[in-house]
Design a protein around this ligand. Structure first.
Ligand code: BDP
Length: 332
């Protein structure tokens, strides 16, 4: 005996359509899955701040944005990551303004050595109207800068000798970030500048391809460069802000409400980063001394004097950026 029901294909299709409509009405829209780039390892102040950003965004948007951060530069080096965030292939990142120079010319002003008198002056400038001008310049290149992180002051370190005077730099092979201004800077001091990806520096110091590099204390320690370069000379030649940036393509897709949530999460992340930064800078300085690094005081005015031709050439090449440079000087 057969059961007296047969499946009518038309009825099946109608039923499926109704189920589909009901599902669309009750299910949330598909989440935006965000991938973020970070060059630093877990535990570094920026990494902790990015972890908190990810959590706040995911929680407060009720999962409409599901963010994930990839630490340690596993998604590539910084110049590539900048391009990928501009195109929207990556959704957010923490970028230093140094390697931003070749893409966003205005940010080169920030790479002029000894521009800021100290870290507080940098924050004052970046948190105000001038910082907004930089954010506008980044936006024209498809990057939405939502907050500014601290990156301390960068100093030169090397494997060969104490540096106190510019003359001590003579002939040293020093790694710099990807920006011609840094090549000019090291060359003006008599060294040989080598632009190189951050992740390659450790091995190059070890094998003698490089004699030195320049960075802040937390990076000097977390990269392990302090194991090889035993002379850290407090030149403090660059005080570079860093941004928490969102890809414009990802930003434009957000509702007003979610933009507010993401902006607030970025500001909260910056507050946390700056607190952690202060502790971490002090701690790293102590740690590297304990690990046998010699800290050398430098004749700062002599280093500054060597930078004058760089300023002159910069203003000649970019007369349009001279007002911005002057405004930064006057705002301190
Ligand atoms: C660190 C910055 C990071 C840079 C790195 C470098 O936080 O963004 O990539 O220096 O020297 O201090 O490349």
């Amino acid at each position: 005996m057969s059961i007296g029901y047969s499946l009518n294909p038309v009825h099946c299709l109608q039923a499926a359509a109704v189920v589909g409509m009901l599902a669309a009405m009750t299910m949330p829209a598909q989440a935006d899955n965000w991938r973020g780039w970070n060059v630093h390892p877990q535990g570094y102040p920026n990494s902790e701040a990015l972890d908190s950003f990810v959590k706040e965004v995911t929680d407060k948007t009720d999962g409409r944005v599901k963010a994930k951060i990839f630490h340690n530069g596993v998604l590539g080096d910084q110049p590539d990551a900048i391009e990928q965030t501009r195109s929207g292939a990556l959704n957010f990142a923490n970028f230093n303004m140094g390697p931003m120079g070749p893409i966003v010319p205005e940010t080169n002003v920030l790479s002029l050595p000894f521009l800021f008198k100290d870290i507080d002056a940098m924050h004052k400038v970046m948190d105000g109207e001038i910082g907004q001008r930089f954010a506008d310049a980044l936006e024209r290149k498809n990057l939405i800068a939502l907050s500014w992180f601290d990156s301390g002051a960068r100093s030169v370190y090397n494997t060969k000798r104490a540096i106190n005077e510019p003359e001590d730099m003579q002939g040293l092979k020093v790694r710099v970030m990807n920006n011609d201004l840094y090549v000019e800077m090291i060359d003006a001091l008599g060294g040989n500048a080598t632009p190189m990806a951050y992740g390659e520096v450790y091995q190059s110091l070890k094998t003698g391809v490089l004699d030195g590099a320049e960075n802040n204390f937390p990076s000097f320690e977390s990269s392990g460069h302090d194991e090889i370069a035993k002379y850290f000379s407090e030149t403090e030649h660059l005080i570079l802000p860093e941004c928490l940036c969102i890809a414009k393509r990802s930003w434009d897709k957000l509702s007003d409400q979610d933009q507010r949530i993401v902006r607030q999460a970025a500001l909260d992340a910056a507050t946390l980063q700056r607190q952690l930064w202060q502790e971490s800078s002090k701690q790293s300085r102590e740690d590297v001394i304990a690990a046998g690094v010699e800290i050398n005081e430098v004749d700062k005015p002599a280093f500054q004097a060597k930078m004058e031709p760089i300023y002159a050439a910069f203003v000649k090449k970019h007369p349009d950026l001279e007002p911005l440079l002057n405004d930064i000087r006057n705002a301190q």
